[in-house]
Write a protein that binds this ligand. Structure first.
Ligand SMILES: CC(C)(COP(=O)(O)OP(=O)(O)OC[C@H]1O[C@@H](n2cnc3c(N)ncnc32)[C@H](O)[C@@H]1OP(=O)(O)O)[C@@H](O)C(=O)NCCC(=O)NCCS
Length: 150
């Protein structure tokens, strides 16, 4: 964890003109999501995207939605040049606190069984495996449903 870097970190809600910057990071990290997906979030009352900035550089983003008292994490990404510096953890905890203030009591997400770094990351943040979903992402790519009680 780089404390000097983290002091420069700010986490802010996505604005319309951020979408093109998010898409650049998504594409660079092989996780492209369409413009219409982010655009719809801006007009959907229960969907939220937060962005991690280091000064003027967009270094990560998270999207979640709320259904009653459950926070569903749809996506989290930190630019690979900035991974393992603590940014993902700050983005996740900031968003969980925000969702908790909106009434969330549980957090859930799906992750590929092959994504060991993400599973480590979520386990470090008190998520536990709830169910295994065979072939959830594609054939032979199982999903894990992980949850955290707030
Ligand atoms: C998952 C992700 C968001 C974590 O962000 P990050 O900024 O790197 O995470 P942090 O620095 O806050 O946390 C680091 C912790 O995450 C886990 N982790 C992150 N990268 C890892 C790696 N390459 N190998 C093993 N564990 C890793 C470890 O638990 C690590 O803790 P440790 O350093 O004490 O071992 C980031 O790796 C990422 O964007 N991955 C690609 C997109 C993705 O897979 N998203 C999740 C889809 S469900």
């Amino acid at each position: 964890m780089d404390n000097a870097l983290l002091k420069k970190l700010s986490i802010l809600p996505m604005r319309l003109h951020d979408i093109v910057l998010i898409q650049r990071i998504d594409q660079k990290n092989a996780m492209p999501w369409p413009f219409r997906y982010y655009f719809k979030i801006l007009t959907s009352p229960n969907f939220f995207t937060n962005i991690a900035w280091i000064k003027k550089n967009l270094v990560g983003n998270i999207t979640y939605h709320l259904v009653k008292n459950v926070m569903h994490i749809d996506k989290i990404l930190v630019d690979n040049s900035y991974q393992q510096w603590g940014i993902g953890g700050k983005l996740l905890e900031h968003s969980i606190l925000e969702a908790h203030k909106k009434g969330a009591q549980n957090v859930c997400l799906n992750v590929s069984l092959s994504n060991k770094s993400a599973i480590n990351f979520y386990s470090k943040h008190q998520f536990t495996i709830e169910t295994i979903k065979p072939d959830y992402y594609s054939k032979n790519d199982d999903g894990l449903n992980m949850i955290r009680v707030l």
